[in-house]
Design a protein around this ligand. Structure first.
Ligand code: NAD
Length: 487
C-alpha cells in the first residue's frame, strides 16, 4: 500500500495516527494516510505563525513571491499527470476530467503569480493640513483552509494562490475522503522553494482535525469549502478565535431551457452540468427548468444521452462517469432518490446501482412536475437531475429562485433581451448564458444565501487575503497644539 505524509514546517511527517484510504472504484483500501490530530494541528499552525513574522517570507518582495508562485505553477503543469492519477485513484473522479482540470490548475497559480506585485495600497486626500495618510494592504495572516473531497487541487489552488500572492501563510486541511493529491502536491511546494512553514498541508477527520484547526487561536482567517452544515460548525468554531471566514458551499442550481434554445447544444451542457464529476460538483445544474412546449422533446434527447454515458473504471480515458467518492455518498444519493420517488417524482432514467464493486450510481433523471419531491430542495452531490416545467418567463424565474442556495444558474435561449432580464433577476453568484460550468482564474466564483459568501478567483480574491492598515504621518515640524482638541 502507498503511504502518504503530512507536510509541516517544511518537513514530511507522519500524523499522530494513520487511516486507510478507500479506492471508490473497488471499495478496497489502497493507501495509508497520516491522521493529523490536535498536536499536529498545533505544530502546523505555529509553523505558519512563525513563518508569517520571522525568517525569509515576510522579507521577500511581492515580485519574489510571484516568482515562487510561477515556479509552483510550472511544477504543477509538469506533474499534472501524476496528480491527476492520484486524484482519480483516491476520489473516483474520472481521469479525463482530472487530467484536464489539473493542467488548468497550473494556470490559476500562474494568474496569482502575476497578481502578487499588483496588490497596491492607496493614498488618501485627507481633510487635514500637514498630514499624509495612506493605506497599506498587508497579508491577513495565518489562513486555515479546509476543503472537501471533490476537485481538491482546484479548490485549494483558488485559496493557496491568492493567499500566497498576498503574503499569507497557511495550513491546508485536505479532505479525509481522498487526500492523496494534496499530500503529493506538498512535494511540489517543497521543490518550488517556499520557506518552511509558509504552506503546511495536513489531513485528518472533520470533528478532530478540522475543528482544532478552525478554532485555533493563532488562525486569522478560515477559507472553507464544503457543505452548509459543516460550515455552521466552522463559523461556530470561529467564535473562539474571531477569525474571518469565507464560505464556498453547496448549490441547487437552476438550468433554464426556453423553447427557442438550441436544444441539442443545451442538452450537452446539461449533461456536463449534472453528470460530469458524477454530479459531485457544487455548481451542478441539478434543477432543469424547461419550457413546457419542449419538455418531452428535451427529455427524450437527455434520456438518450444519459443512457449512452460510459460508466466504468475512472482510470480509463474512455470512462465518462465513475463512482461516487464514498460509500456514504452513494447511500445518500440512493436514499434521496428513493424518497423522491415515494413523494411522486417520475423516473425518466437511471435510479439504480449497477452490479459489481465500487460506489457507482447510474445517471438519473427525475420528472418532478406535480410532486413535492425532496430532490428539488436537497443537494444530492451526485448524478441526479430533477426536472420541472414552466409556461412563462416569470414562472421560470420564480422556480429558479425557489431555493435557499444561490451558487450558479444556466439560461438557454436565443432571445437576448430575455437573457438579460433573467440574468438580473436570478439570485446566484454565477450566471451562465448558453453555456455552463465554465470557470477561469480571471473570473470570481462564489454564491449567495446557503451557498456561502466570499469570492474565489479573480483579483478580488487576492484582496480578500489582505487587510488594510491606515498610516497617518504628520508632515509639520511645529509643536503639536492644544492636546485637548482633537485634530
Ligand atoms: P463537508 O462539509 O462534509 O467537508 C468539507 C471539509 O470540512 C472536510 O475537509 C471535512 O473534514 C471538514 N470538516 C468536517 N467537519 C468539520 C468541523 N466540525 N470543523 C471543521 N472542518 C470540518 O463536505 P464534503 O461532504 O466533503 O463535500 C461536499 C460539499 O462541499 C457539498 O455540499 C458541496 O456542494 C460542497 N462544495 C462546494 C464548493 C463551492 O465552491 N461552493 C465546491 C465543492 C464542494
Amino acid at each position: 500500500m502507498q503511504r502518504f505524509q503530512c507536510y509541516i514546517n517544511g518537513e514530511f511527517a507522519d500524523g499522530e495516527a494513520r487511516f486507510e484510504s478507500i479506492d471508490p472504484a473497488t471499495g478496497h483500501a489502497w493507501a495509508e494516510m497520516p491522521e493529523a490530530r490536535e498536536a499536529d494541528v498545533d505544530r502546523a499552525v505555529e509553523a505558519a505563525r512563525k513563518a508569517l513574522h520571522d525568517g525569509p517570507w515576510p522579507k521577500l518582495s511581492a515580485t519574489q513571491r510571484g516568482k515562487l508562485l510561477y515556479k509552483l505553477a510550472d511544477l504543477v503543469a509538469e506533474h499534472a499527470g501524476k496528480l491527476a492519477e492520484l486524484e482519480t485513484r483516491d476520489t473516483g473522479k474520472v481521469i479525463r476530467e482530472t487530467s484536464a482540470q489539473i493542467a488548468y490548475v497550473a494556470d490559476y497559480y500562474r494568474y496569482y503569480a502575476g497578481i502578487a506585485d499588483k496588490i497596491e495600497g492607496s493614498y488618501l486626500p485627507i481633510d487635514k493640513p500637514d498630514m499624509d495618510v495612506w493605506l497599506r494592504r498587508e497579508p491577513i495572516g495565518v489562513v486555515a483552509m479546509v476543503v472537501p473531497w471533490n476537485s481538491q487541487l482546484f479548490l485549494s489552488a483558488v485559496k493557496i494562490g491568492p493567499a500566497l500572492a498576498a503574503g499569507c501563510t497557511m495550513v491546508v486541511k485536505a479532505s479525509e475522503d481522498g487526500p492523496a493529491p494534496l499530500l503529493e502536491f506538498a512535494r511540489l511546494v517543497h521543490e518550488a522553494g517556499f520557506p518552511a512553514g509558509v504552506v503546511n498541508i495536513i489531513t485528518g477527520f472533520g470533528p478532530s482535525c478540522g475543528a482544532a484547526l478552525s478554532r485555533h487561536p493563532q488562525v486569522d482567517h478560515i477559507a472553507f469549502t464544503g457543505g452548509p452544515e459543516t460550515a455552521r460548525h466552522v463559523v461556530r468554531n470561529s467564535a473562539e478565535n474571531l477569525a474571518s471566514t469565507s464560505l464556498e458551499l453547496g448549490g441547487k442550481s437552476p438550468f433554464i431551457v426556453f423553447a427557442d434554445a438550441d436544444l441539442e447544444s443545451a442538452a450537452n451542457a446539461q449533461v456536463a452540468g449534472i453528470f460530469a464529476a458524477t454530479g459531485q460538483s457544487c455548481v451542478a445544474g441539478s434543477r432543469l427548468i424547461v419550457e413546457r412546449s419542449v419538455k418531452d422533446r428535451f427529455l427524450r434527447i437527455l434520456k438518450a444521452k444519459a443512457e449512452a454515458i460510459r460508466i466504468g473504471s475512472p482510470l480509463d480515458m474512455a470512462t465518462e462517469v465513475g463512482p461516487l467518492a464514498t460509500e456514504r455518498q452513494r447511500d445518500h444519493v440512493q436514499a434521496l432518490v428513493a424518497r423522491s420517488l415515494s413523494a411522486g417524482a417520475g423516473l425518466v432514467t437511471g435510479g439504480t446501482v449497477p452490479e459489481g464493486a465500487g460506489f457507482y450510481f447510474r445517471p438519473t433523471i427525475l420528472d418532478c412536475d406535480g410532486s413535492a419531491s425532496p430532490s428539488l430542495d436537497n443537494e444530492f452531490f451526485g448524478p441526479v437531475l430533477s426536472v420541472l416545467s414552466f409556461e412563462t418567463e416569470a414562472e421560470a424565474l420564480r422556480i429558479a429562485n425557489d431555493t435557499r442556495y444561490g451558487l450558479a444558474a444556466g439560461i438557454f435561449t436565443q432571445n437576448l433581451t430575455r437573457a438579460h432580464r433573467l440574468m438580473k433577476g436570478i439570485r446566484a453568484g454565477i450566471v451562465w448564458v448558453n453555456t455552463y460550468r465554465a470557470v477561469s482564474p480571471i473570473a470570481p466564483f462564489g454564491g449567495f444565501g446557503l451557498s456561502g459568501h466570499g469570492r474565489e478567483g479573480g483579483l478580488e480574491a487576492a484582496l480578500d487575503y489582505t487587510r488594510t492598515k491606515t498610516v497617518w504621518l504628520r508632515t509639520s515640524d511645529d509643536p503639536i497644539p492644544d492636546p485637548f482638541v482633537m485634530r
